[in-house]
Design a protein around this ligand. Structure first.
Ligand code: PEP
Ligand code: MN
Length: 344
């Protein structure tokens, strides 16, 4: 259930309502919106009687049952869109946010040069893996804490926020020390202990859709994070597995308008991990902007041919700059649409 309090409801009235809801056997979670307080009640209880009772209070504007299995991330829970401030930008705000960097942090020279290229072309967040989820145990697994240090240093040197993947519960606090956004990779998006753990830290989380996650499953993963106390979740569509073999995965671009209907969380697209091919990325990137995503993540590397991971999908610096330049006309349309369209 979602209970919207009337404008100007007092602290005592809100507490009173929370107590009443708990008496019916529900857990409560209240959020101070821009205008009013909204309370979510989760659990099992006598919904009909609870709603009836809540609607009889003068302080309650409305009380509705949320039919979706996810509550806190549902649009019914929050009508305005979640905006997440990171570094000098806002994901879900009035700017299309480009996240870029190498698949893996390799050396100081590599990440420093990449940070410079990303910042100078208009990227706002530097990515780079320090803990890598590799299909083969013989492939490069990441520089671990040394990689986190180098990423932070490079981001700071060029005024970029940073994002990196966390793969295990035991590393959450360590990774959070160095990064502005915690990335949960596609392979870990249903690692429920990990989702709970990142739900307890004060860092935005970017959840990558699993190779075979449905949109509902992705939203339920987000629900784990938010219901454990962290409201700052970014969803990332990075390509799903289909019968097609010409590209690494298939970018489910229609997930953007679908998710915008279902959730208030920001959505970014990753045309690098979806296509697996650098020459396809600039064209797909235009579609990412045109469809109205909140941002995009791509990989770029000083010398993709010798990258330690994901070289074939990594843009050269020149390619990255050209892609960013090619986005400009689409970004103007994006800005104009953003000013008018908030899907409901
Ligand atoms: C990555 O971003 O480098 C990555 C491993 O992504 P995914 O989890 O989407 O495969
Ligand atoms: Mn990668």
């Amino acid at each position: 259930m979602i209970i919207s309090m009337k404008l100007g409801a007092t602290k005592e009235q809100i507490e009173d309502i929370c107590k009443r809801i708990e008496d019916f056997g529900y857990r409560v979670h209240s959020i101070q919106g821009e205008e009013r307080v909204v309370i979510a009640a989760v659990g099992t209880g006598d919904v009909t009687h609870c709603l009836e009772s809540l609607r009889s209070y003068d302080s309650v504007e409305s009380a509705v049952r949320i039919s979706a299995p996810y509550k806190f991330v549902s649009r019914q829970y929050r009508l305005d869109r979640t905006q997440i401030a990171v570094g000098n930008t806002v994901v879900g705000g009035d700017e299309f946010v480009v996240i870029a960097g190498p698949c893996s942090v390799e050396t100081e020279e590599q990440i420093m040069a990449t940070a410079e290229a990303v910042a100078s072309a208009g990227g706002k967040v530097l990515r780079g893996g320090a803990y890598k989820p590799r299909t083969s145990p013989y492939d490069f697994q990441g520089l671990e804490e040394e990689g986190l240090k180098l990423l932070r240093k490079a981001g700071d040197a060029h005024g970029l926020a940073v994002i990196t993947e966390v793969m295990t519960v035991t590393n959450v606090n360590l990774v959070a020390e160095y990064t502005d956004i915690l990335q949960i990779g596609a392979r870990n998006v249903q690692n429920f202990p990990l989702l709970k753990a990142v739900g307890r830290v004060d860092r935005p989380v970017m959840l990558k859709r699993g190779l075979s996650s449905t949109i509902k499953e992705l939203l339920l993963s987000a629900e784990y994070v938010v219901s454990h106390g962290n409201p700052n979740v970014i969803l990332c569509e990075r390509g799903i597995r289909t019968f097609e073999t010409e590209t690494r995965n298939v970018l489910d671009i229609q997930a953007v308008p679908v998710l915008n209907k279902l959730t208030h969380l920001p959505v970014v697209l990753d045309p690098a991990h979806s296509s697996g091919k650098r020459d396809l990325i600039p064209q797909i990137a235009c579609a990412c902007v045109a469809i109205g995503a909140d941002g995009m993540m791509v990989e770029t590397h000083p010398n993709p041919e010798s990258a330690w991971s994901d070289g074939p999908q990594s843009l050269t610096f020149d390619g990255f700059k050209k892609m960013m330049d090619g986005l400009k006309p689409y970004l103007q349309i994006w800005q104009a649409n953003r000013a008018v369209a908030v899907p409901s």
